[in-house]
Design a protein around this ligand. Structure first.
Ligand code: IPE
Ligand code: IPE
Ligand code: MG
Length: 238
């Protein structure tokens, strides 16, 4: 199954809360199960040979949740970064975190930086975690960076292209996602990778994230393989 494997799959891991609710458990249990599902799915991704995967872990809008839920998620994240680093490194995974770090606790930022530095030369797979991430905020930050270059005389406004704009995004060295998967039956983007998803194929899965398994990933890839990516050109059969 090497031919036709998407180079980059982005995932909106949604439905942890509803997974827990359905079992009369606190939402935190759902997040914990969600972290376990991610751990398992990464093993599958390596086995399948997916070069890049991006996981939406916490959005800029998720800061509006209750303090206790945010604390639960941040605690989980802290433990995840600590416990998974060695496994990531051993598996040849390079970790990259995108998002607004200024809102994260200092010790979490340090864990992220350490993990990024330690894994930066790994080549088997790149795992991007979107944390405190918002697509609009990312685009605004890129616009500011470009504006500063123009102000300083380093760039002429006529020279602003899609390529140079893309270079100011968090994802400058990551190819755009070929496939976006969202779990839990919701069919929206929720401020994820607004620029980068311009031509991604989208697969929406009914299952809640904690139940998403290797089988579901393979099914989503097979669905992707059936799609005809036209990028605005006329259909082959037309
Ligand atoms: C996704 O699950 C995880 C985060 C957004 C952090 P949710 O927490 O959104 O779960 P639902 O959508 O409420 O079920
Ligand atoms: C999107 O899920 C963010 C993550 C999965 C991290 P949300 O649950 O926050 O999105 P909405 O609120 O349903 O759009
Ligand atoms: Mg949700």
């Amino acid at each position: 199954m090497t031919k036709g494997i998407p180079k980059h799959i982005a995932v909106i891991m949604d439905g942890n809360g509803r997974w827990a609710n359905a079992r009369h458990l606190p939402r935190a249990f759902g997040h914990r199960k969600g972290a376990e599902a991610l751990r398992e799915l990464l093993k599958s991704a390596i086995k399948i040979g997916i070069p890049y995967m991006t996981f939406y872990s916490f959005s800029s809008e998720n800061w509006n949740r209750s303090e206790s839920e945010i604390n639960d998620i941040m605690g989980l994240l802290r433990r995840y970064l600590q416990s998974e680093l060695a496994t990531f490194h051993k598996a040849g995974i390079r970790l990259k975190v995108i998002g607004d770090r200024s809102r994260l606790a200092a010790d979490i930022v340090r864990l992220i930086e350490d993990a990024e530095v330690q894994t930066c030369d790994n080549t088997k797979m790149t795992v991007v975690m979107a944390l405190s991430y918002g697509g609009r905020q990312e685009i605004v930050e890129a616009a500011k960076a470009i504006a500063r270059k123009v102000e300083n005389g380093d760039l002429n406004s006529d020279e602003i292209t899609e390529t140079c704009f893309g270079q100011e995004l968090y994802t400058s060295e990551i190819p755009d996602p070929d496939l976006l998967i969202r779990t839990s039956g919701e069919m929206r983007i929720s401020n994820f990778l607004l620029w980068q998803l311009a031509y991604s194929e989208m697969v929406f899965v009914e299952k809640y994230w904690p139940d998403f398994s290797e089988k579901d990933l393979i099914q989503a890839i097979e669905e992707y393989q059936k799609r005809e990516r036209r990028y605005g050109s006329a259909a082959e059969t037309a």
